[in-house]
Design a protein. Structure first.
Length: 461
């Protein structure tokens, strides 16, 4: 009897200690925000105090990457922890609501589906873009709560939401004006600005999970500061000194996101769960520069490039009490590591036929492991026949059509702006990296669905 009793106590203590080590996860993703458009990376004209605080309370990644330089594939990588070309997600998919194959393939498990196995409750708030057919709706893909829109972008002014849903689209870009969805329900909102609406939904979800005492994962996917450039007077008035109207509107949009991050963090503090919550912030690709007046600083290129300006993004992570505060981490890491980290912490077994490319970052951030998390990182743009590999400080890139003269070799540590092509000086290194990339490429699939604008799908609805 006594032995049994002691065993029960031991088991319950063990469970509790495991619980305490399994954190909530909040992923705050922005859209098309430039590397230099956060205070923690040196931005001077747009104050981002809450994002800076997040980085100061945790780690700022100087060399934080995403797996693709535009929205859809980058998100597919982030949500699966795998290079998205492994499952043919090579470009932005069509948002044709009648196409069940466009989006995350059902053969892949996303972060919500995997965390369900560890009893997490998961929400996506904001932009989905992982398929618009009912079978790909977030609630049919492992999420317990959805508040937002299915397409790849949206108007910021709820007064513009004249369409009930995507089936009513008759013209290009009209999908920016659908009503929002809460789970499967179309809803109307009273506020005047979408970014604030999404923040409200995020804090509401956190509150509900705290009340239910439930472990959660929140994927807060703001569409800001993606075009269209739209902001309300409340935020525009913060930037009277920015003369360029596009940059001023962009600044207002980023400032509103920063307010939102502040409200999310305040919610964690108010409920006393900041220590048990990992918060990750990143952009889904580099700044689009001319389209949204973003700023990638010294990085070469922009959204859609495999130069650093397309794939290296503002990236920070906080886990109080575990990740030492004020850390600047310079080994290359990638968005795929978010999945690698949380699945390792939650102790979820990953299917053997779908191994993750992302790794658990925590041992690297606590100093337990001083090696680089990745020997090599890879990128491919299948339609454009473009490639890129980063190996230590060296990078081989063919940003446009691959052929023997388009490869460029850079040392991105000494030459951040990728100005000095070292390929002729280092033919051996170039060959070695190309061979490594080709071996990786052999594991990938061709595109499996129609692209965003394919066949003018809206004319067939
Ligand atoms: Ca984007």
């Amino acid at each position: 009897m006594n032995h049994y009793y002691l065993l029960c106590i031991a088991a319950s203590l063990l469970t509790c200690s495991l619980c305490a080590k399994t954190p909530n996860l909040i992923i705050i993703l922005t859209d098309d925000q430039g590397y230099n458009d956060v205070g923690f990376n040196g931005c001077s004209d747009i104050p981002t105090p809450h994002l800076d605080q997040l980085a100061a309370d945790g780690v700022r990644f100087t060399d934080g990457y995403v797996s693709y330089p535009v929205c859809g594939p980058s998100r597919a990588g982030l949500l699966t922890g795998r290079y998205q070309d492994r499952f043919g997600f090579t470009t932005n998919p069509t948002i044709d609501p009648s196409n069940p194959d466009a989006g995350l393939p059902k053969s892949e498990e996303n972060i919500a589906e995997v965390l369900n196995k560890a009893n997490y409750s998961s929400a996506i708030i904001g932009k989905w873009h992982m398929g618009s057919h009912t079978s790909n709706h977030p609630l049919n893909r492992g999420f317990d709560y959805f508040y937002g829109f299915l397409s790849g972008g949206h108007s910021y002014f709820p007064k513009n939401y004249k369409l009930n849903d995507l089936t009513e689209v008759t013209r290009i870009w009209e999908w920016y004006n659908t009503r929002l969805l809460e789970n499967f329900e179309r809803i109307d909102v009273q506020e005047d600005y979408l970014t604030d609406v999404l923040t409200d939904a995020a804090t509401g979800f956190i509150e509900e999970k705290v009340k239910a005492d439930q472990r959660f994962m929140l994927y807060l996917a703001y569409n800001a500061p993606h075009a269209p450039l739209q902001a309300t007077e409340k935020y525009l008035l913060r930037f009277p000194d920015i003369a360029d109207e596009k940059r001023r509107t962009y600044a207002a949009m980023v400032s509103c996101v920063d307010d939102g991050v502040g409200r999310v963090m305040e919610s964690l503090r108010r409920h006393n769960i900041e220590d048990e919550t990992i918060v990750v912030f990143l952009s889904d690709n580099g700044g689009a520069l001319t389209k949204n007046a973003s700023d990638n600083g010294a990085l070469r290129g922009a959204k859609s490039d495999l130069f650093e300006g397309g794939i290296r993004v503002p990236f920070a992570m906080q886990w109080k009490g575990i990740i030492p505060a004020g850390q600047v981490y310079s080994h290359p890491i990638i968005s795929l590591d978010i999945m690698g980290t949380i699945t390792a912490l939650a102790g979820v077994k990953i299917a053997e036929d779908r191994p993750l490319d992302g790794v658990n970052l925590i041992p690297y951030l606590t100093g337990e492991n001083n090696e680089a998390p990745h020997d090599q990182l890879f990128w491919r743009k299948w339609e454009q026949q473009a490639m890129c590999i980063r190996d230590g400080d060296t990078k081989l890139v063919a940003n446009t059509q691959r052929h023997k003269n388009s490869y460029q070799l850079f040392n991105v540590e000494n030459d951040l702006s990728e100005t000095k092509n070292l390929r002729k000086q280092s033919p051996e290194k170039s060959k070695e990296l190309l061979e490594a990339w080709e071996a990786w490429d052999d594991q990938l699939k061709d595109r499996t669905f129609p692209t965003l604008m394919a066949d003018k799908w809206w004319e067939r609805l």
